[in-house]
Design a protein around this ligand. Structure first.
Ligand code: PXG
Length: 467
């Protein structure tokens, strides 16, 4: 790993950063007053899989920033690619019959590393924008084909597809829908394939088919001639690393095929090696018509997103569509594309997808198995380099804690205090570490996780939360 920069001493004190932060910076998904009382943790530098805060504390970043720093921090090749491109051509657009070399080369490379039906890409600046493009493109496709009534896009409860109007509408987060008049029309949701919540009376495999059947039921309820597409994350990330049974996606594919409905895989988290395959749809064996990506495409070094457009749709839009009236200033931003090129080349050269598939993915899976003996852990599961722990009050029956306890946030507090970044989604503790993580670093992470679970258990015993 290259060290890009030597540690620099912070120019301001933590207190001064925090005061300016709460005076001026409205953070995403944040209760502003409550954060102002506590003060932000200021992250000042990073290297490999570690972060340092403004007080000099070192943290193992088991969330890869926000599911994105796949190649780890401090990769010189990405920094050099950005600097070189900024000197040569920091920006030019792709609107009026122009293009730039990095955008063209990235489009070419993406068609190589994605499944064979993808030969075209539409670039955006983020995953949310990518999903806005999905909504526009899916509806345009059916318009061009003379089926304008095919408007409805089916998604899932507890899905996350971003925070723009379309992204948040596709997503199934009730808190988001409660603010701002969402979802927009013609987006509906079915239940998620979460076995622990909906399927424990069945085997996982049986449940996978039942959960996919909810899509068929919804299509029949709406009328197949009104349904445009189904969208899903191969593994739901922000929803709590919900790993579907292996029977789920093939059955979803069968249903989409049967009714002629477009299938969209939101690969913003699962793409670029996270599951031990280049893309999550390859792990789960389905063949999407569109694939949203962001995050791992640049390992988060600069913002970039987009949509891979499968042949079925590309052919119609190119041959019959005329002008597609949609695009962003930064569609194909040359600096972002140059960084993505360097990132994807690095993933290939360092064989990071194979590293996850053959080595650290199975190693993490075994390590997670051992957590099943912990008194707080109801379930422990992984998929590639994503992992989830379900914290329960009663192991035998998986009785949940009183939500007022906020057991996940208690555990997360211990993680931060002990040098580990883990995320809590309700009572699920989740991880998605950089793909460059080694076995020794997984051992280190597991020791931290166990310590934090022990501390959380001690709290639960002392406070009477187990009663
Ligand atoms: N699709 C998926 C599957 C995502 O996970 C987006 C789209 C939106 O991407 P942008 O780049 O617009 O943020 C995401 C983003 C969390 C968390 O709390 C997850 C995301 C974003 C913010 C927080 O786990 N995923």
């Amino acid at each position: 790993m290259n060290a890009v920069l030597q540690p620099t001493s912070p120019v301001r004190s933590t207190q001064s950063w925090q005061a300016a932060d709460s005076a001026h910076f409205l953070h995403p998904f944040t209760d502003f007053q409550s954060l102002a009382r506590k003060g932000s943790r200021i992250i000042t530098r990073a290297e490999g899989i570690y972060l340092w805060d403004s007080d000099g504390h070192k943290l193992l970043d088991a969330m890869s920033g926000l599911w994105c720093v796949n190649v780890g921090y401090g990769q010189r090749a990405l920094v050099d690619a950005a600097a070189k491109q900024m000197m040569e051509l920091p920006f030019y657009n792709a609107f009026f019959q122009t293009a730039t070399p990095p955008a063209i080369e990235l489009a070419e490379l993406l068609s190589e590393v994605t499944p064979p039906q993808f030969k075209h890409v539409f670039f955006s600046g983020s995953g949310s924008e990518g999903n806005d493009t999905v909504v526009r493109m899916v509806r345009r496709y059916w318009d061009v084909l003379g089926q304008p009534d095919r408007q409805v896009i089916i998604s899932r409860h507890n899905a996350y597809h971003g925070s723009t109007m379309a992204g948040a509408s596709l997503g199934g987060m009730s808190g988001m829908h409660a603010q701002g008049g969402l979802p927009i029309p013609n987006i509906v949701h079915i239940e998620q394939p979460y076995w622990a919540e909906h399927g424990r009376s069945m085997s996982r495999d049986e449940f996978g088919k039942v959960a996919a059947g909810w899509l068929e039921a919804k299509i029949l309820e709406i009328g197949a001639d009104k349904v445009a597409a189904f969208i899903g994350e191969p593994v739901q990330g922000a929803g709590g690393v919900i790993i579907p049974p292996d029977t789920y996606w093939p059955e979803i594919q069968r249903i989409c095929d049967q009714y002629g409905i477009l299938l969209v895989s939101d690969e913003v988290i699962c793409g670029f090696g996270r599951t031990g395959h280049w893309f999550g749809c390859e792990r789960f064996g389905f063949r999407p018509d569109l694939m949203t990506f962001a995050k791992g495409v640049t390992s988060g070094y600069v913002p970039l997103g987009g949509v891979m457009v499968g042949d079925r749709i590309a052919k119609v839009l190119i041959e019959q569509g005329g002008e597609f009236e949609h695009g962003y200033t930064y569609s194909g931003h040359p600096v972002a594309c140059a960084v993505a090129l360097a990132n994807i080349k690095l993933i290939r050269e360092q064989r990071l997808v194979e590293h996850v598939h053959d080595d650290v993915g199975p190693y993490l899976a075994k390590a997670y198995e051992t957590l099943r003996d912990h008194p707080l852990v109801g379930d422990a599961e992984t998929c590639g380099l994503m992992g989830a722990l379900l914290l329960v009050k009663d192991k035998a029956r998986w009785t949940p804690f009183d939500p007022a306890v906020g057991i996940g946030m208690v555990c997360r507090g211990h993680c931060f205090a002990n040098g580990l970044v883990m995320r809590a989604v309700g009572s699920r503790m989740i991880i998605a570490p950089p793909l460059v993580i080694t076995r020794a670093q997984i051992d280190e992470m597991m020791a931290l996780i166990r310590r934090c679970l022990d501390l959380t258990l001690a709290d639960a015993q002392r406070e009477g939360w187990l009663a």
